[in-house]
Design a protein. Sequence first.
Length: 105
Amino acid sequence: MHAAPPDRLEYLMRRAFGGRRNLDDAVRSWAADDKIVAKVVAATDSKRIAHIEKLLVEAGVEPKLAHHRATFLYWAYVGHSFVQGGASASLSSHAINDLSHLFQT
């Protein structure tokens, strides 16, 4: 059984902001010095943003708005790994739920 569209975005956000990103961070670091890897990272970023955009549209967000929101959510995901320690380094389940709903309205 597939989750309803709003639940799919929330699930993705929980996984993205709750998991470890060692591999993703390492590949991004590698891409800083290798043009071929940088192209692969850029292509992957575009596919991920498109997937988030699709989830937002399925949840009822206008396509024009969905792209901007998807891009912003992805920026937050990429930047999240740069926040070190303290209360700002993670979000509670309730906070992720709240943000998920915010981006879908």
